[in-house]
Design a protein around this ligand. Structure first.
Ligand code: CLF
Ligand code: SF4
Length: 493
């Protein structure tokens, strides 16, 4: 299927801003397809309504919509062995520099500034840098004020679960319909290896007793959310040798209690972060170990595989972080919310999504009907919009898809260091990129030079820029069909 080339860059760049303004000023819908749905056939309409613009709860939406976190909740009631309080919460963030902590009023200013400038913004999350439910007054005050200013932004909370049952009713009252609980164990003996202590009901608990209380509160919180129809995602940190096999049990427990998604994330462990695991040499899993566990979990609670382990002050599409553009010193003291850019973006993106979904199902149908039983791992350089639209040398991550007789599925991403630095690249950086692409069969990008292409080939990885600006699934379907003996051009005609 041929399709108009609309990348996220073009949707948000200068050329597109004219279209946005024209559309916003026309007062009418620019879309030619008002009223028709982009909902996939296998998703319940009520669920689709909740997830269709949430970049974390819908893999499809993450190509188009952005989240932002405001770091209003620094206090925490749990100690995790993968966390150092000097850094962001590792539940929902990559340990890094300390966040700019915000008061609720500062947070509201920041949300308005981002909403005025980032048309993809759809979700406001509070993910620390401590625990959003333990530091509840600040979380609640922030949500209440943001909703008054920007009523159509979705509210999202991430928590370790210990204080969650105390606030489920208030979350429901505030229409928070997306909650994440980090659950790393359902066996307190395993939990004691992850949590040295918790602070609960005015006292500190340690060891197995601490883990048992945490486990009971997490299960209670999950059941309460499910009973109220609030969508719950479970984040689990995969810690090799500690809970990796145990996460199969965790997946069963949370599925039974109504979890909507299970997101298994790799432990990030580095001595420089000063965490217990970092300092004691506990390693994280590699990409293939992650994939192997996720593959074993298929058939249980539905998996999220597109998490980017973002910071507690992240801003932008998943995989990008524009937080540094919106530090407090860059935000005016007085701000008025302007809905124009966000509304115009939504209208235009609706057409693009519909077109992509049609192309996607055509490509998946073709892959399913080819006689080949093989599986192909494809790494895609993309800036968003569901298209092959990034240069190999500019990529900071590759999205990984698996094409197989069951279809084309997003299975994860590989972070890399940007190889091209304006016309030249370090060999050592390229070596790192190639190492990160271990197990990949084909790389798709909009442009690649002969040097990296040859070195990828030496490592057994084919790279092509022949599908630049195509939809990702269309390109993968064509390659899969061609490799299965169906002529590529016939396949994509
Ligand atoms: Fe933020 Fe989390 Fe809400 Fe998303 S993040 S509070 S559900 S809006 Fe998303 Fe980031 Fe992964 Fe979290 S990619 S770490 S899953
Ligand atoms: Fe750190 Fe978050 Fe664990 Fe608290 S819940 S110790 S902030 S990772």
């Amino acid at each position: 299927m041929s399709a108009p080339v609309i990348s996220v860059e073009s949707l948000t760049g200068a050329r597109f801003s004219d279209q946005l303004l024209a559309s916003a000023n026309s007062g009418g819908c620019a879309s030619s397809s008002c009223g028709s749905s982009t909902r996939p056939d296998d998703v319940d309409p009520a669920i689709w309504d909740k997830i269709k613009d949430h970049p974390c709860f819908s893999e499809e939406a993450h190509h188009y919509f952005a989240r932002m976190h405001v770091a209003v909740a620094p206090a925490c009631n749990v100690q995790c062995n993968y966390c150092n309080r000097k850094y962001d919460c590792a539940n929902e963030s990559r340990p890094g520099v300390v966040s700019e902590k915000l008061t609720p009023d500062q947070a509201v200013r920041k949300v308005i500034a981002v909403a005025n400038e980032v048309p993809q913004l759809s979700v406001l999350g509070i993910a620390g840098p401590g625990d959003a439910c333990y530091d509840w007054e600040k979380t609640k005050a922030t949500f209440e004020r943001v909703v008054r200013e920007i009523p159509d932004v979705k509210l999202c909370v991430s928590t370790n679960g210990l204080a969650l049952p105390d606030h489920v009713d208030e979350l429901a009252d505030m229409n928070v319909d997306h909650v994440t609980i980090t659950i790393n164990m359902v066996d307190p003996e395993v939990g004691a290896k992850i949590y040295p202590w918790i602070f609960y009901d005015h006292r500190r608990y340690v060891g197995v007793q601490a883990a048992r209380i945490l486990h009971e509160r997490q299960m209670l919180g999950l059941e309460m959310l499910s009973a109220r129809g609030i969508l719950t995602k479970i984040n689990s940190v995969m810690i090799p040798g500690v809970n990796d096999q145990h996460l199969i049990e965790v997946n069963k427990w949370v599925k039974q209690r109504g979890a909507f998604l299970h997101n298994v994330m790799p432990l990030i462990s580095d001595p420089a972060h000063g965490t217990y695991y970092g300092l004691t040499g506990q390693r994280g899993p590699n990409a293939m170990e992650m994939k192997a566990l996720q593959d074993r979990l298929e058939g249980g609670a539905k998996l999220m595989r597109h998490c980017r382990q973002c910071r507690a002050d992240a801003v932008g599409l998943l995989g990008e972080d524009r937080g540094q553009e919106f530090t407090l010193d860059q935000i005016p003291g007085e701000l008025t919310y302007d809905a124009g850019k966000r509304e115009a973006y939504r209208e235009l993106v609706a057409d693009e999504r519909r077109d992509r979904l049609a192309a996607r199902s055509e490509a998946i149908g073709m892959v399913k009907t080819t006689s080949s039983g093989k599986s192909l791992l494809v790494a895609v350089a993309t800036k968003g919009g569901g298209r092959v639209n990034e240069h190999f040398g500019h990529a900071k991550e590759f999205q990984v898809y698996e094409a197989s007789p069951i279809g084309i599925n997003f299975i994860g991403h590989r972070k890399v260091e940007q190889y091209c630095l304006g016309g030249w690249g370090e060999n050592a950086t390229l070596d790192g990129v190639i190492a990160a692409l271990e197990g990949i069969d084909v790389v798709l990008c909009v442009k690649i030079g002969n040097c990296p292409k040859d070195q990828l080939a030496d490592a057994g990885i084919r790279a092509t820029d022949a599908y630049g600006h195509d939809y990702i699934e269309t390109a993968i379907g064509a390659i899969y069909a061609a490799e299965s003996g169906v002529p590529a051009l016939a396949a994509i005609a």
